[in-house]
Design a protein. Structure first.
Lengths: 307, 307
């Protein structure tokens, strides 16, 4: 099995280096860090055991990369349009592309670009950051769920899961639609609300008015999921997410980090698309619509500030 | 007709001094400005013609004030609990109390404190600020609508309107419920959204996502009003409010000024009460509920910051 990684950041970099460190063949597309990693390799500071990877297959262009059996995409979803040119050199007839990204509608859009490619969702539950060139800081969690979107070859999904497990990464197969919506139950409230109110997950849950609002928003995601045919998520799941988050280390979701560092926010796939899908199914996520509008306003404000 | 003013700020101060300057007997309750105004009187810089009022009846305590025919309350509604002790010395058997304040539920609460007092709403359409002690800066507009809440004596309402007009203030009687809800159509979206997104009315209307959100929120107020029995407000009114605001000088609503200067925000009567009233009538203002939750969070954050 030959792996490729497009978008070697905190997430793609972590899962790719774990596989490589376990002896798998992994090829990384790098951008800014290319020269550094060519010279010094990757350093992974990890709560599960730190390691250094000296010899790595790194490239500045996918045209130089070999065709792969599995391509893991760790790009920010705002850059998914780049896949149109980045992905083709890596594709064989039955390549599996795993989108390790947040949101709803990602696989549908990539499938439209590449009607014949086999796709899966990679749902990463991990706190990880790329702090310096070639340096990945893995703080906690780390498991990954794989949801089959359009892969006809079950064998290859099983192999990916086996390879992850052999590399010390807890991996499991999950039902695609349910898994994407379940992740949205956490992502939709917390990513945007920490930006809109310039705060942290723990403070949102300490104040009764925002605790209720987060719960309301989670129930909107669950309502949307049910309208879209995913029946197996209910209020208990929302309560569990809130309970877990209260007992989690205070945390800045990726959108908050993006906003704070002036990077584009993943509003499209985390908000706009699920809101649209739900509306098509007759369900209106009113509070999350409002949050989307606030984020769109703040995104514009941010741009104006930077000019 | 003897007038009293409780809460001699930008609004109460403006309407009181207009009446006094026209020769009416007006008694003002003052707090911080008392000594200054005793010595120098009031200066009103006004777009309708500036004036100075040298001799003024000012007091530091309502116990020293005479009973009045009409009491105008210009307090911030967060201080309405003070009326319990402030108001009694000014009341005669048929005193009319006019609450020149923003929100829904104000008259109901004051009526509960004083079951026999005659009440009216004063709906002020004015841009005015108290910039220094004894100085009122009236920038534009200035008309006031009076809505009868529990006044059995129509005569006195007519007289108030006549006195205002004689003083150069455009005044009219309006239907109470309809007028309070109509004002909420503007107040509920703009007061909170300028705080939540730290912005101005014009910028909110320039961005398509917040323009739509403001419209949605206005439609929620209209839906609530209709559920509460006020049938005479519809989408045309919302569109007119938006049109007027686009063509208005960029403006910071009072709640934005309160927030920026670290003063308590009038969340209770501008949000919590109308949301509660609507819900009792079976209507959920979902986006405005979310805005209320955001404001409650920001209010707390602000307090914490100041400690």
């Amino acid at each position: 099995m030959r792996y490729g990684v497009i978008g070697t950041g905190a997430i793609g970099g972590y899962y790719g280096t774990k596989l490589a460190y376990a002896g798998k063949e992994v090829h990384f597309l790098l951008h800014k860090d290319l020269e550094y990693v060519k010279k010094y390799g990757f350093s992974v500071d990890s709560c599960d055991g730190s390691f250094h990877l000296k010899e790595v297959n790194v490239y500045g262009n996918t045209k130089e990369m070999p065709p792969c059996d599995v391509v893991m995409v760790g790009l920010k979803s705002v850059n998914n349009h780049l896949l149109k040119t980045l992905l083709p050199p890596l594709l064989k007839e039955d390549t599996l592309v795993v989108l390790i990204q947040n949101g709803i509608g990602l696989e549908a859009d990539v499938q439209q670009m590449f009607p014949n490619v086999q796709l899966a969702a990679g749902l990463a539950f991990i706190c990880s950051a790329k702090t310096e060139p070639g340096k990945i800081n893995h703080q906690c969690y780390g498991y990954i769920n794989i949801g089959n979107y359009s892969c006809k070859n079950q064998q290859i999904i099983n192999q990916v899961i086996e390879d992850f497990r052999a590399a010390g990464v807890d991996a499991n197969e999950v039902e695609y639609e349910e898994a994407r919506w379940k992740k949205a139950v956490w992502n939709m409230p917390f990513n945007g609300m920490t930006v809109a109110l310039n705060t942290r997950t723990d403070l949102l849950l300490q104040h009764p008015s925002t605790l209720q609002l987060i719960k309301d928003q989670m129930m909107e995601v669950i309502g949307a999921a049910q309208a879209c045919g995913v029946k197996n998520i209910n209020e208990t799941f929302a309560d569990k997410m809130i309970y877990n988050t209260i007992h989690m280390t205070p945390y800045s979701p990726s959108m908050k980090l993006d906003y704070d560092f002036g990077r584009p926010m993943e509003i499209e796939y985390i908000y706009t698309r699920p809101i649209k899908e739900a509306r098509k199914a007759g369900y209106h996520m009113k509070k999350l619509e409002m949050l989307e509008a606030e984020l769109r306003f703040l995104e514009k404000k941010e741009e104006t500030k930077c000019v």
